[in-house]
Design a protein around this ligand. Structure first.
Ligand SMILES: Cc1cc2nc3c(=O)[nH]c(=O)nc-3n(C[C@H](O)[C@H](O)[C@H](O)COP(=O)(O)OP(=O)(O)OC[C@H]3O[C@@H](n4cnc5c(N)ncnc54)[C@H](O)[C@@H]3O)c2cc1C
Length: 416
């Protein structure tokens, strides 16, 4: 089939690769000059299926309200808040109900486990070398954090995922550069989880897809999808629309606006986060792989010769405005745990990214209900961890074969 993929973030590029593997004639349209220039640009790089859970969870509304008043709050509501943000919050509140949470958690983790397997499969198939490291450590500063993670640990046990509850001293043996003066009550060690450079992997996948015949059209924004002919694309500056047998929409946070004229109202909103990346002057002082400060919900990861600190969840506000408070929190957490890990005098990259977030958690993968139009979008805070599995699932659906995992609840039907 002639298939157009709209968007070259990690989800679009993974999709293009899997479709090219299936011998389709693939064309990718991307408004930026390169792959992974939007949300996939400088994320934390964590692939930890046990921690891929919905943000809509029982007890979360109370936590969010308490966080709003904290100085180093992991969650922030900023003005202006759009009416669509308020609608999104109403749906998010409904999804915090225990039954909805349990169902969405199961869906997400099924996909995340499959996706890690696919990431390993694709890496092995391509024999590719990219910046990655094994192991993930969740740092519990005090007793309160230790208590709060218990339900999550019960879930990891239920899923049969490998993890160890360890003391602060044991954690310091795994990550010897952790600052000895910062109190560390305990940690959770996930030896099978990992950190990888999402953007670098997207470049590798682009090359592999191109080698299989896929075509990438950069600097090519898709102006709109035509309700009368949804499998044709109107490209800005092109006189005539281009026709395809199928279109896969992987346009991240822009997807909702592209779907609206087709009558599909998707509750997809940007939830902004930040990262700082800086060169590592001396590897002995840097993380070996990845850690997550559970109190501040900030991840510190090793990305090759750089350290990356990522976190914050902001709803509302302006895409281009950097919130100095959120960035300060990243520096604080880096300083608490790895004060000598990064050279901060020059060459620090400060980045703001928009997580394409659906209110209930799982992404939307599959048929749109409109002939020829398929969706692979809304991967929220875990698009890197979910990309390879989501892409294979979608390619199987397009091929008319059963995906390797149950896809119940991943489609649009859950929004009525
Ligand atoms: C601070 C932060 C930390 C994160 N950490 C992690 C992590 O540790 N692990 C993890 O798994 N995930 C993490 N994420 C989430 C992850 O980065 C995202 O889920 C993922 O990048 C989404 O990928 P995507 O391809 O759907 O979207 P994007 O990467 O945004 O790609 C969408 C693409 O579509 C293009 N596009 C949009 N509209 C059009 C149009 N009209 N025409 C042409 N092109 C168009 C855009 O330019 C863009 O390139 C993090 C996110 C943030 C912000």
């Amino acid at each position: 089939m002639r298939i157009a993929v709209l968007g070259a973030g990690i989800v679009g590029v993974s999709t293009a690769y899997e479709l090219a593997i299936d011998s389709h004639q693939v064309t990718v349209f991307e408004r930026h000059a390169m792959v992974a220039e939007a949300a996939s640009f400088a994320n934390a790089g964590v692939v930890a299926p046990g921690y891929v859970t919905p943000w809509a969870a029982p007890g979360m509304p109370g936590k969010v309200i308490r966080h709003l008043l904290a100085r180093h709050a992991p969650v922030r509501l900023l003005r202006p808040l759009a009416a669509t943000d308020l609608g999104w919050m109403r749906r998010w509140l409904r999804a915090c109900e225990p039954g909805a949470y349990a169902a969405n958690r199961t869906r997400l983790q099924r996909l995340a486990l499959y996706s890690r397997q696919q990431l390993h499969q694709v890496s092995a198939d391509l024999a590719c070398d990219f910046e990655r490291s094994d192991g993930y450590l969740v740092l519990l500063r005090g007793e309160q954090e230790r208590r709060l993670v218990q339900p999550g640990l019960a879930l990891l046990r239920e899923l049969g995922l490998a993890f160890h509850e360890i003391s602060g001293d044991e954690a310091r043996q795994i990550e010897p550069a952790l600052h000895p003066d910062t109190p560390l009550a305990a940690a959770i060690h996930l030896p099978q989880d990992e950190v990888g450079n999402c953007r670098q992997f997207a470049v590798i996948l682009r090359d592999a897809a191109q080698a299989l015949g896929a075509r990438f059209c950069f600097n090519t924004p898709v102006a709109r999808l035509d309700p009368a002919a949804p499998a044709t694309l109107e490209l800005a500056g092109e006189p005539a629309p281009q026709g395809f047998d199928a279109i896969v929409l992987c346009a991240g946070v822009q997807s909702a606006a592209l779907l609206r004229p087709l009558g599909i109202r998707l509750p997809l909103r940007p939830v902004y986060g930040y990262s700082i990346s800086a060169p590592i002057p001396e590897p002995l002082h840097a993380p070996r792989s990845g850690v997550m400060d559970e109190r501040h919900k900030v991840a510190i990861t090793r990305i090759g010769q750089r350290v990356r600190v990522a976190g914050s969840a902001e709803l509302g506000g302006r895409a281009e405005a950097i919130n100095p408070g959120a960035v300060r929190t990243l520096y604080k957490v880096l300083h608490d745990w790895y004060p000598a890990a990064a050279r901060l005098s020059a060459g620090v990259q400060v980045w703001k990214g928009a997580r394409p977030m659906l209110p209930d958690g799982p992404p939307s993968i599959g048929a749109s209900g409109i002939p020829g139009l398929w969706l692979n979008l809304g991967h929220g805070s875990s698009g890197w961890a979910l990309a390879c599995g989501s892409a294979r699932v979608l390619a199987d659906q397009i091929a008319g074969q059963a995906p390797a995992i149950d896809t119940e609840g991943l489609g649009l039907a859950r929004y009525g």
